[in-house]
Design a protein around this ligand. Sequence first.
Ligand code: BG6
Length: 490
Amino acid sequence: MAEQHSAVPVAPCDFVVFGGTGDLAVRKLLPALYLRDRDGQLPDATRIVAVSRAGLDDAGYRDKIRGELPRFVPAAELDDAVTARFLARLSHVSLDIDDPLGWPALADRLVDDEKVRVFYLAIAPGLFGSVSHRLAEHGLVTASSRLVLEKPIGHDLASAREVNDAVGSVFEEHQIFRIDHYLGKETVQNLLVTRFANTFLEPLWNASGIDHVQITASESLGVGSRGGYYDTSGALRDMVQNHLLQLLCLVAMEPPTYVDRETVRDEKLKVLQALRPITGPDVDRSVVAGQYGPGLVDGVAAASYQDDAERLGSTTETFVAIKAEVQNWRWAGVPFYLRTGKRMGRRCSEIVVQFKAVPHAMFPGSEGAQEPNRLVIRLQPEEGMRLLMTAKEPGPGGIRLRQVSLNLSYEETFQRRSPDAYERLLMDVVRGNTTLFMRRDEVEAAWAWVEPVLDRWSRPEHAPRPYPAGTSGPSAASTLIERDGRAWHE
Ligand code: BG6
């Protein structure tokens, strides 16, 4: 068994997962809870109630999860005794949300009104409002209840407001946890620590010291079996409105007075509100939409998006590149280039902060290029951080300059598994800590910023630019940054 780390136990809770047999529950939520149990974070009285229409009894559900866990928990982390303890916490309630008859069975499982109660909605967002209302109708919402919502929160500003209004009429804002799993990633949290627990970066972290920032989330996978959802979403809604903008906020935000649920979110909101609006014909200049065609990924033939999603003629974008600007004192004139895509050459998510070039070239006759410094924060794979700097190559006979990197590999330095984002976030839900979750106003500000782009793309003449699967996206994305005399960090 892998090394265990002391973890402070959370309060006992009833953890109710709507969509308990679905992909998210099986692939992410239950493995995350298992690992928290394994590390001693779940007290004995913690219960997990799965809700679905699957018609399973408790034993049937436990059998199902017993079979699934080894697929999603690394073998080194699995332990028979922990598995037995974990499965004993599980039960299943068959319930059709719109059928009032099923609800009393759920109420029977939730008897202790003092215990923390988590309602995790791993279901279609169109049901968020009705589930909240039913929970209230059946008297299941207590003072220590929390509601967890998976994205997407709506598909535009108006629908996001509707969802927020509907859940907000039952739960207080401090009880609502809108998950953006990127905020639970270790490297993303480390970004805050790197910025604010060290002195050397902050004096340079502004328009005087930084030339530009790049945020990339590229995936080699296609849309797989999610074509039905994805075709109504596209990369702008699926990745940019939430994950990429949240990363941008953490890079650009002002230091909060201390790290606390409201101060961090207040500062992120200010960044979203300072984004230069991209509207009308400016969308064509500042934003690139792409869609993958057939190609080769890792040497294997890959089908087009339209074939994968079974949507011939679809104009849904699977790639987006944007030049964003934060209009405030700190960031005036510093572009933030964002890019995300499916079926790219490789899976890689990273933030690259490129510093200004030195003001004067002191080594004109030297061999080798004097590249600007870059801080590369790698979210995945191989989480870590690299500071690219120029050094003298050792040896006599003139000065040769070489770009070298100061490397922090998480795995080598900390010698332990990085927990999955959901492990951290689920424990924060039980603790009632909303710092790493999106507040209503943040979600709506993010929608307000992307909406003019969506409007522009809804015109009949809009067509995403094709790119072959397995590449770095359409050439227009390179043009977007090269026009400014810069290049994507590859
Ligand atoms: C999800 C998107 O929010 O994030 C998916 O809906 C995407 O389309 C996924 O694949 C990426 O997450 P990660 O953690 O693999 O980068």
